[in-house]
Write a protein that binds this ligand. Structure first.
Ligand code: BDR
Ligand code: CA
Length: 319
């Protein structure tokens, strides 16, 4: 199978790291470049986290570009309570990881690569959409230059996770997200509706803990206690939902989910609902001038099983 060439745009937290572990473990992804963004941690720390993980995967030559340091229209906020102060549960290396930082910004990198390889690349965004929105400002036809844009974010028919109505990636930069939903004609959205149903339980945790050792699996496994602690406190359950890894699975195989097709509008005004992803789900929705988004609502097979096997138990090619 020909590998899917991917640009990753991530706020390199714990589940972003799991997503990269899955992608490399699949042997079906070509990681063309990485961009980082504020969100789980700062864009600078996210770039360190990316380089650290890429290095142990022997992918240290993959270019890493720093992106937007904060949201377009609100103060920056890092999810330290979820991912730890360094974004990776205390596992960030003290020394500067090997590998260089690109001179261009993450948005410039997206646009340059999309122009160099028109129609080929999939952009997988698992953080706030500040860089992707900026890339659309630089290249309004960005969507036509990319094979697909896959975004982890939003909550359509389920509650939010950062606020009662908003999911974290969208709530961290509602204006940028709104810019993307207005422009992108080839967007696959992977909201909480599907990611909350793809959950690692104590059964899978035992499998993950018993899986073979390698530099990359060991590094990501060591991040998990922070994520487990947060989810136990927050959701009162053993385990955690697979947010970014689910988006990674769908970036390689969009046929692995059932979709709702609808326009998405982000609430940017509401005091209670800022960052909410609004979708008209009535039987006869009002026609919208906005692009239709393919919204993943449920998996068609066990993506949890696929993730555990591919990322931890039988990875191909990871270091
Ligand atoms: C999203 O928010 C971040 O904390 C995670 O990395 C994921 O991308 C889930 O709402
Ligand atoms: Ca993320």
């Amino acid at each position: 199978m020909t590998p899917v060439p991917l640009i990753l745009d991530m706020d390199f937290g714990i589940d972003d790291s799991m997503a990269l572990l899955y992608l490399v473990g699949s042997g079906r992804a070509e990681i063309v470049a990485v961009g980082t963004v504020h969100g789980n941690t700062s864009a600078v720390q996210a770039a360190r986290n990316a380089r650290q993980l890429l290095h142990v995967m022997r992918l240290g030559t993959v270019p890493v570009a720093r992106g937007e340091a904060g949201p377009w229209n609100q103060d920056v906020h890092y999810a330290a309570e979820v991912h730890g102060n360094d974004g990776v549960g205390g596992m960030a290396s003290i020394d500067e990881p090997p590998g260089t930082i690109a001179e261009e910004s993450a948005a410039e990198q997206i646009v340059r690569l999309a122009r160099e390889r028109p129609g080929e690349l999939v952009l997988l965004a698992t953080g706030p959409l500040s860089n992707v929105g900026r890339a659309f400002e630089l290249e309004p036809h960005l969507d036509t230059l990319l094979r697909a844009i896959v975004v982890m974010g939003g909550a359509v028919a389920v509650p939010g996770n950062m606020t009662p109505h908003a999911e974290a990636n969208i709530r961290h930069d509602p204006e940028a997200a709104e810019r993307v939903f207005c422009a992108a004609r080839n967007l696959i959205l992977v909201p909480l509706d599907i990611t909350m149903s793809c959950r690692i339980t104590d059964v899978e945790m035992r499998r993950i803990n018993g899986a073979p050792s390698s530099p990359s699996t060991d590094l990501v496994r060591a991040m998990l206690p922070q994520y487990l602690d947060f989810n136990a406190r927050d959701l009162g359950v053993v385990g955690f939902p697979l947010h970014d890894p689910t988006a990674a699975v769908l970036a390689l195989d969009p046929l692995a989910a059932d979709y709702l097709e609808a326009a998405v509008q982000v609430e940017v005004e509401g005091t209670l609902t800022r960052g909410m992803t609004c979708v008209d789900r009535r039987p006869a929705p009002v026609a919208s001038a906005r692009p239709t988004v393919r919204i993943a609502m449920q998996p068609r097979r066990s993506l949890v099983e696929e993730f555990v096997r591919t990322a931890f138990e039988h990875p191909a090619g990871a270091g």
